[in-house]
Design a protein around this ligand. Structure first.
Ligand code: MRU
Length: 364
């Protein structure tokens, strides 16, 4: 997508894979800055601190971190130790483990001396596949918005939670991809953007939409239900960090409450995600998906800029106040109208039938 009119991707390799360039998302929406990672430990730090974030993007950042680990030492011992550290950098989004395991499966049968070239080629391939997959999700999902417009004959109001736009992927996004595709095709629409405390990923969504000229409004996290009751929301589209075989969805904390409110108000609730977000080994999301707990400090403070435009952090409550900070929640498949994937839009319980080949390839 474009930043100030310049086509930009969230991650790219420099010097044939000896370093990676990312957008430091901890500075957005206030400052747009790139950052260079030249050691796999920088990759782990960037994922843990959410300089790169969003399930598909942390998968790709994980793959390039493996490239940096191979550059440092391609022998089995150090490579496996680095890969283990990389894939554990965040626990909920399955894309990270998926990408690191794909890299290891390709690398381990090769001689250490051949591993760097193989790693660069595969990481570049996964990066391009992410772009193609997100574009396909956009193409598949934009019909949902066009159909709503045909029925309503006024701009379609879509609510989204967190950031599942191009910043959360290599390009285009997941939940925002159908919105961008519909907007490009001329479907009148407007997006309600949940601010998404405590990390305020909604502000990234608003920044993205603004860059592309898509009409949108930021709302407090608790406003969605009231807007739905008033008839101001026609459709909900969110992303996902892990989807189980039966279609339960882990996504940013607060997604579950939006799904409940949408269900109560007969509003379609769609999840957009690449098939790399589906964990075929898991079934019951509430019991089986690991939920990341982040620091209490994220709840007790809020970050922004002061009047001079400098970074400012405000303490909302005493720093020793008790606070818990689960970063994701799970929505049961019964609240999900459909899952928008690169292959089409499917009922959650149809995923396993539609992706039988992937299940077989995974030996499950
Ligand atoms: O904690 P984050 O910012 O990495 O969480 C991101 C989300 O929950 C997104 O909605 C999800 O990863 C889908 S991203 C395409």
């Amino acid at each position: 997508m474009k930043v100030n009119g310049i086509p930009t991707r969230t991650i790219r390799a420099l010097d044939n894979g000896s370093a990676i360039e990312i957008i430091d998302q901890t500075l957005l929406p206030y400052r747009f800055e790139k950052r260079i990672l030249s050691d796999w430990r920088d990759g782990v730090e960037a994922i843990e601190t959410m300089r790169v974030r969003g399930a598909p993007l942390i998968g790709i950042a994980g793959a390039w971190s493996v490239v940096l680990a191979v550059k440092e030492n391609p022998e089995n011992g150090p490579l496996l130790a680095a890969a283990e550290r990389i894939q554990c950098a965040r626990p909920t989004a399955v894309n990270l483990v998926w990408a690191v395991q794909k890299m290891l499966t390709a690398l381990l049968p090769r001689e250490p001396s051949q591993r760097f070239d193989t790693a660069v080629k595969l990481a570049a391939q996964l990066t391009q596949e992410d772009v193609d997959t997100c574009r396909a999700i956009g193409d598949m999902g934009c019909s949902l918005i066009a159909e709503r417009y045909q029925a309503l004959r006024r701009p379609v109001n879509i609510l989204t939670h967190c950031n599942a736009g191009w910043l959360a992927t290599v390009d285009y996004g997941t939940a925002l991809a159908p919105i961008y595709a519909a907007f490009e095709r001329g479907t009148p629409l407007h997006v309600w953007v949940d601010e998404t405390r405590p990390r305020n990923q909604g502000l990234l969504t608003a920044w993205e939409l603004r860059q592309q000229g898509v009409p949108h409004t930021i709302i407090a996290d608790n406003a969605g239900g009231q807007l739905m009751q008033k008839g101001d929301v026609d459709l909900v589209i969110v992303g996902a960090d892990r989807i189980t075989r039966r279609g339960d969805v882990a996504n940013k904390i607060g997604t579950y409450l939006k799904a409940l409110a949408a269900f109560d108000n007969d509003i379609p609730f769609f999840v957009a995600a690449p098939s790399s977000t589906i964990d075929w080994k898991l079934n019951d999301g509430k019991r089986e998906i690991p939920i990341e707990n982040r620091s209490a400090a994220e709840v007790l403070t809020v970050r922004g800029v002061d009047q001079t435009g400098h970074d400012a952090s405000v303490q909302l409550a005493p720093p020793d106040e008790a606070a818990v900070n689960p970063a994701f929640d799970v929505t049961h498949n019964r609240f999900v109208s459909g899952i928008i994937t690169e292959r089409g839009i499917f009922a959650p319980t149809d995923l396993a039938t539609r992706f039988q080949d992937q299940i077989a390839n995974a030996g499950l």
